[in-house]
Design a protein around this ligand. Structure first.
Ligand code: C5P
Length: 256
């Protein structure tokens, strides 16, 4: 059954006493909606990127690469300095393991955490995060995957259908937001309502290299499509002038 009622997100959360502070707050500016992926090999590189982006960027994503090179302590450091952190761990395991992991991640004080949008894992994570301020994000279908990749992975859905199905399941599990391509953001918004975070990677300013990303959208279009937050990695981190690249993307977001 499709859950298309815009108020359902409200209703579900009120029932479960959940808070989703990762979603947009009143007074949030466009800067608060840009999340830079610190996809760099060493702590030194990450510190340098954060120094270069100081005053321009206030929200960072730490994923596999940096997490396995001291990035978790760096995340704690950023949090204690008042910077928001999105821990992109894309968790998936048995319920107990997911729950125990989430309990410890809650203690780190990060703002967002990803897990793959499997109903049992999502429910376990929501239970474990209950009462905390952690925004749990459901990764629907990776933006590097197209229809053939999904078929190869054993699914019978096209990416769009799978994204929408998983968004409904995430809403129902009580998750705080969805990770999807900005191509799907508009349709996802219709399912999850106005309050859940819709976080979109695969952002490419016009004329830039797509790399391994397949479902890409420009910064302005992503905002127009209803993304609450944009995740940008290489277009900023691999740029010769990171601050200028971030400012240019912010300008594109503001033009939406
Ligand atoms: O460099 P780029 O802008 O492509 O980086 C996008 C970031 O978002 C990467 O860190 C990638 O792991 C992450 N991501 C993604 N697609 C998802 C979820 C996360 O590209 N569905």
């Amino acid at each position: 059954m499709p859950y298309t009622n815009r108020n359902l997100a409200h209703a579900l959360r009120a029932d479960r006493g959940l808070m989703h502070p990762g979603t947009l707050l009143q007074g949030d500016t466009m800067r608060d909606r840009l999340i830079v992926g610190l996809d760099v090999p060493t702590l030194k590189d990450a510190e340098k990127a954060v120094r270069e982006l100081e005053g321009t960027v206030s929200f960072y994503k730490i994923g596999y690469q940096l997490a396995f090179a001291g990035g978790l302590d760096f995340a704690r450091e950023l949090v204690s300095g008042g910077t928001k952190v999105f821990l992109d761990m894309k968790l998936l395991d048995i319920d107990n393991t997911v729950a125990k992991g989430v309990e410890n991640i809650v203690k780190m004080g990060v703002t967002m955490l990803t897990l793959h949008a499997y109903p049992k894992a999502m429910k376990a994570a929501v239970e474990a995060a209950r009462g905390s301020e952690l925004c749990l994000l459901a990764v629907t279908v990776l933006t590097s995957m197209d229809e053939q990749d999904i078929i190869d992975a054993g699914y019978e859905y096209d990416p769009h259908t799978l994204v929408l199905r998983r968004s409904e399941q995430a809403l129902h599990a009580g998750m705080g937001g969805i990770v999807c391509s900005a191509e799907e953001a508009e349709a996802v918004r219709r399912i999850v309502g106005p309050d859940m975070a819709v976080v979109t990677p695969g952002i490419r300013p016009s004329g830039s290299d797509h790399g391994d990303q397949k479902r890409v959208v420009s910064p302005a279009q992503a905002i127009r499509n209803g993304s609450s937050h944009l995740v940008v990695g290489r277009p900023i981190v691999a740029a010769p002038d990171r601050r200028a690249a971030a400012e240019a993307i912010l300008a594109e977001m503001l033009s939406a």
